[in-house]
Design a protein around this ligand. Structure first.
Ligand code: NCD
Length: 311
C-alpha cells in the first residue's frame, strides 16, 4: 500500500488537499463506515484528540469527539473559553502549546483568519482547522463533497447552486476551493451586499467556472445540488445591515417543486429560517445525513493523521 500522505500532517486549508488527497479521505471514510464497531475501536485506541473552540459549535466539535470515540480514542479540550486560562489573558500560542502536550492531534476553531496556520506553527502535534474566521472550514468541505459523492454517486458533471451569505460564510470558500478539483458547474446567488469576496476567490476562478446573481430562481431547475447557507449574523460589523438582508432568501416547498428529479439540498447547519422545516422529511433534504457523514469523514481524517499505515 502506498504511503499515507496525511500521517502527522496539519489540515489547515483545502489548498492542502488536491483531488488525490480528497479521494484518499473519501476512500478511508468508506472503509471506516464499513468496519465492524469492534474493529473500528482499535484504530485510535489510547490516542487523544485535543479540541480548542473559541467560537460556538455543535456539529464540528461533537462529530470530532464522536469520531474519536468510535475509533477507540478519547478527547479533551476547551469549548467554553471563559472557563479556561484564555480568560486570564493567556495567549493562543501558549494555550495551543499546552494542549499539544496532552493530546496527539488538535482541532481549533477561532474567529481570526490565519489562526489555524499560526497554531500549527507553535503546536507540537498536527493541527486541524475546525473553522478559521471567514476564511476556511476545510473538514466541512470534505464532508460536503463526500455527501455529494455518496448521495449523487459522483462529483464530476454536477451542477451545484450555492445560496446565502457568500461574503462571510467560510464553508463556501472551502467548498469552492474543493470543487475546483472537479469538473462541475457552479451558480452562486446572494443578496448584493453578501456577494462572494472577489479577492478571496481569485485563485479559485482559475480552476472553477461560476456564475453570480442575486437570485437562484432561473437556475433552480438545472441544479443537482442546492447548497444553502446561514446568514452569519455574528460577523456583520453593522447590525442594520444584517436586519436588511435577514430573511431575504428562504428555500421552501415552492423551490423544491421546481428542482429536477434526484436533486438534493445540503446545508452545513445550523439552519435558521433559510430552509423551511417542512422540507426536512422530503427526499431532497440531505442535510442531516450530511451531518452524519461529517462524523465518518472526520474519523477517516483522524485515522490517517494518527496512523502511518492509515486505515
Ligand atoms: C458552519 C461554520 O461554523 O462555519 N458551521 C459548521 O461547522 N457546520 C456554518 C455556520 O455557522 O453557518
Amino acid at each position: 500500500m502506498a504511503a499515507n500522505s496525511f500521517f502527522g500532517r496539519d489540515v489547515i486549508s483545502v489548498r492542502d488537499l488536491d483531488r488525490r488527497g480528497l479521494e484518499d479521505v473519501f476512500g478511508a471514510a468508506e472503509r471506516v463506515m464499513a468496519m465492524p464497531a469492534a474493529e473500528r475501536r482499535e484504530v485510535a485506541r489510547g490516542r487523544t484528540l485535543g479540541y480548542l473552540f473559541y467560537e460556538p459549535s455543535t456539529r464540528t466539535r461533537l462529530s470530532f469527539q464522536a469520531a474519536m470515540a468510535s475509533l477507540g480514542g478519547s478527547s479533551l479540550g476547551i469549548s467554553d473559553v471563559a472557563s479556561s486560562s484564555a480568560s486570564k489573558g493567556e495567549s493562543l500560542a501558549d494555550t495551543v502549546r499546552t494542549l499539544s502536550i496532552y493530546a496527539d492531534a488538535l482541532v481549533l476553531r477561532h474567529p481570526l483568519d490565519g489562526s489555524s496556520r499560526f497554531a500549527a506553527e507553535v503546536s507540537g502535534k498536527p493541527v486541524i482547522n475546525g473553522g478559521s474566521g471567514t476564511e476556511e472550514h476545510p473538514t466541512q468541505a470534505v464532508q460536503d463533497l463526500f455527501t455529494m459523492r455518496r448521495e449523487k454517486g459522483r462529483i464530476d458533471g454536477l451542477t451545484v447552486g450555492i445560496i446565502g451569505d457568500l461574503k462571510y460564510g467560510r464553508t463556501v470558500y472551502s467548498l469552492l476551493r474543493a470543487l475546483g478539483n472537479y469538473d462541475v458547474k457552479v451558480h452562486l446567488a446572494s443578496p448584493e451586499s453578501l456577494r462572494i469576496r472577489s479577492d478571496s476567490v481569485y485563485d479559485i476562478r482559475k480552476r472553477l467556472d461560476f456564475t453570480e446573481s442575486e437570485q437562484m430562481d432561473d437556475r433552480v431547475g438545472e441544479l443537482d445540488v442546492l447548497y444553502v447557507t446561514r446568514i452569519q449574523k455574528e460577523r456583520f460589523p453593522d447590525e442594520e445591515e444584517y436586519i436588511r438582508v435577514k430573511g431575504s432568501y428562504v428555500v421552501g416547498l415552492d423551490v423544491l417543486r421546481r428542482m429536477k428529479k434526484g436533486a438534493i439540498i445540503l446545508h452545513p447547519l445550523p439552519r435558521l429560517d433559510e430552509i423551511s422545516p417542512e422540507l426536512d422529511g422530503t427526499e431532497q433534504a440531505r442535510y442531516f445525513r450530511q451531518a452524519e457523514y461529517g462524523m465518518h469523514v472526520r474519523a477517516a481524517l483522524l485515522a490517517l493523521i494518527l496512523r502511518e499505515e492509515g486505515v
